[in-house]
Write a protein that binds this ligand. Structure first.
Ligand code: DGY
Length: 459
């Protein structure tokens, strides 16, 4: 297999941070949250959301991610809801405009083709996919963590007067999405993934065993585009990419038929991100059902299934909820920020708090995506160490709801400091706060406005 090297490989970390953002951030180089002046940062966050708004949908950041991504978009809605309710609902409506007939909401919607991204719509080959029905918008063939129902509920709560009619219209689509997840991804009781990209945590150590089981033979020659935008040391490795593309070809060869993929794929991993975000979304969908006078019995059944299934992810050795390879039954041995989403999902054990406290003790900036004491830790490499604002948002809110106020405060404070000092980066080093990945990042701006900013009204 001939893998070509992208000659545009970037040397720097964040490519798109503008002078205004740098000034706003320099102004706030301090360590005390009380000293942060939120005004210029709030303004910059709103500017980023407008900058990345392509007319009805928002890209995560220009260049690196030029399309509409599923969970990024739901977070964009959360951010817009702080200053433009109509635009927030529009974001969610555009996302669900790409829903397949079987209920699946794809992880990427390819609205306007852009050859700066790989793999594009032609590689996914979903035109004749099983389950797609009459959907015409080109898309990928997998989904992403289902945060949309939870964030739609937040958008509703930000402005119930406007929100009720919009939520009512979206509700059947949200239910259909979760019905698809429960039918196509929850055979173990927890929610599993068919591709690392489905978890959103592309190169997390949770899938190392399953990825090692793939021999990426037959992968067509390709050129990575991500390393043309971002320093390669902050991205997945070439071995990861070969397997990502092998899995795309595997799904495409089966017309994205969920049953065939479930039966044949070497990669099937039950995932705490999917499980806990789904559980939380179902709880929020249940609240929406009550508000709208809908029957919530089916939703309650799904919640019961996932509450039981989540326990299959509990590894007594590491005392954490982890990815579990459904082909071998093995735990990943990986304490991650997805483990810390258990409280967001409304699930916990006392030992999970001890594990969390240990991670916080050995980390300068919380919450690392992987335990710094773990053997795979790499403080700049994507989901193998770096801090992600969206994960902090969900984890800390869940902790606060569970009475873990000190841990929640610590995570919020660290998030605010990182953004104030280092800008609206995709992710940050937990060691020294180095901004990493893409810059002017939509979901970092959204989380700032909704939660991390001292001016945030509460999310
Ligand atoms: C990427 O291209 O890096 C994405 O994470 C895939 O969703």
């Amino acid at each position: 297999m001939a893998v070509q090297t992208d000659t545009r490989a970037a040397a720097g970390a964040v490519e798109t941070m503008n002078a205004g953002a740098e000034a706003a951030c320099r102004e706030n180089e301090m360590t005390d949250l009380a000293d942060i002046n939120p005004d210029p940062l709030d303004e910059e966050a709103r500017r980023i959301l407008r900058l990345n708004d392509k007319g009805g949908y928002t890209v995560p950041t220009a260049g690196l991610y030029p399309y509409q991504w599923n969970w990024d978009s739901a977070f964009a809605a959360l951010g817009f809801a702080t200053f433009d309710t109509d635009r927030a609902w529009q974001e969610l409506e555009t996302l669900f405009g790409g829903q397949w007939d079987n209920g699946m909401v794809p992880h990427i919607l390819f609205h306007v083709m852009d050859d700066g991204y790989f793999p594009g719509a032609d590689v996914w080959g979903t035109a004749n996919a099983v389950g797609r029905g009459g959907q015409e918008l080109p898309s990928s063939g997998i989904s992403q963590p289902p945060v949309a129902a939870s964030l739609a509920w937040k958008v509703y709560k930000a402005d119930p007067g406007v929100g009720e009619a919009r939520l009512r219209a979206l509700y059947p689509k949200l239910v259909a999405f979760h019905r698809w997840i429960m039918a196509a991804r929850a055979e173990s009781g927890a929610v599993c993934i068919t591709h690392p990209w489905e978890a959103g945590r592309d190169n997390a150590p949770d899938w190392d065993e399953a990825m090692a089981g793939i021999d990426p033979v037959g992968v067509a020659s390709y050129t990575r585009r991500d390393t043309g935008h971002v320093d390669a040391k902050m991205r997945p490795t070439q071995a990861d990419y070969d397997r990502y593309i092998w899995l795309v070809q595997f799904g495409r060869d089966r017309d994205w038929d969920d049953a065939k993929i479930a039966a044949d794929s070497p990669f099937r991993v039950a995932d705490p991100t999917m499980t806990f975000t789904c559980l939380r979304s179902l709880r929020d969908l249940g609240l929406a059902a009550e508000l709208l006078g809908e029957d919530r019995a089916e939703i309650d059944g799904w919640i019961a299934t996932l509450e039981e299934g989540a326990e299959t992810l509990w590894n007594p050795e590491t005392k954490a909820y982890e990815g579990r390879n459904l082909r071998t039954g093995n735990f990943a041995g990986s304490v991650s920020n997805a483990s810390a989403l258990c409280w967001w999902g409304g699930v916990s054990r006392p030992e999970a708090v001890e594990t969390l406290d240990g991670v916080l003790e050995r980390t300068r900036y919380a919450l690392p995506s992987y335990d710094p004491a773990g053997p795979q830790y790499d403080h700049l490499r994507y989901w193998r160490g770096p801090v992600w604002a969206i994960m902090n948002y969900m984890a800390a809110q869940g902790m606060a709801e569970a009475g873990l106020d000190a841990q929640a405060d610590r995570i919020r404070t660290d998030t605010a400091r990182l953004i104030a000092d280092r800008g609206f980066a995709e992710y940050f080093s937990p060691v020294d706060g180095t901004p990493a990945g893409g810059g002017t990042f939509t979901w970092t701006a959204a989380v700032w406005l909704a939660w991390a900013s001292p001016s945030a009204k509460g999310a």
